[in-house]
Design a binder for this molecule. Structure first.
Ligand code: DC
Length: 217
């Protein structure tokens, strides 16, 4: 059994790193943030207030979430291409504070981690979802660096972007994710701390693969 837990704040490049590592080592990649994002998408579509717990609980009773082959499914619909917006990032951070929302995503995540060798990334994988993961990494980067990376990415996509706005959104989400009551973003005691501020993507992928190889011996 090999379960790799990668946690850290938004915008660190966790997703692309985790995906690349999973591909290189033949593991299954699971993006738990995508599941929170899908629930946020549904709440926005239905006009359900993310702070209104009873309304969210009612919505969850009629919601099916799954993650397979790098894609997230909301009630059977592949919504992977619809959830990467700023609006959904903030809405996911807000709705993920609710216990029933966390329980819903945890159930799917734990089921997936119990049947496959996985690289799972999120905010609470090493602390709560797979506390006995074989490898735990806490990945972070300076918020200036994260904002700069995001800014460049948006410009490359031909989109408009304001560096200061991006930075303040990143910091707001960091604060919200690390100060919520249930399973906040926090480094697990036994996680390896990895600051990627001055590393290239290839260097981070190599480092994570080396850490996994060391633990596997
Ligand atoms: O990793 P991401 O940016 O796609 O995550 C979106 C939001 O979902 C994040 O701001 C907080 C929430 N989240 C969480 O609470 N726990 C996780 N394991 C993953 C994401």
């Amino acid at each position: 059994m090999l379960r790799v837990a990668i946690d850290g704040p938004g915008g660190t490049g966790k997703s692309s790193i985790a995906k690349a590592v999973a591909e290189r080592l033949g593991l299954e990649y699971i993006d738990t943030g995508a599941m929170y994002r899908s629930i946020a998408l549904k709440s926005l579509r239905k006009g359900v207030d993310a702070e209104d717990e009873p309304a969210v609980v009612k919505m969850l009773e009629e919601t099916l979430i799954d993650f397979e082959d790098n894609k997230v499914y909301l009630d059977g619909e592949d919504v992977s291409g619809l959830i990467r917006t700023n609006e959904i990032s903030m809405a996911a951070s807000t709705i993920s504070k609710l216990g029933p929302v966390r329980a819903k995503v945890d159930e799917v995540s734990k089921r997936l981690a119990s049947t496959k060798n996985v690289v799972m990334e999120g905010r609470d994988i090493g602390t709560a979802v797979i506390p006995d993961a074989e490898v735990k990494i806490f990945m972070t980067a300076d918020s200036d660096v994260r904002a700069e990376r995001r800014y460049k990415q948006l410009l490359e996509q031909g989109k408009e972007a304001d560096l200061e706005v991006i930075k303040s959104e990143i910091e707001k989400r960091d604060y919200q994710d690390s100060h919520r009551e249930i399973n906040p973003l926090k480094q697990a005691d036994d996680a390896v701390f990895l600051d990627t501020s001055n590393m290239t993507k290839e260097e981070v992928i190599d480092t994570v693969c080396e850490l996994i190889a060391e633990k596997r011996q």
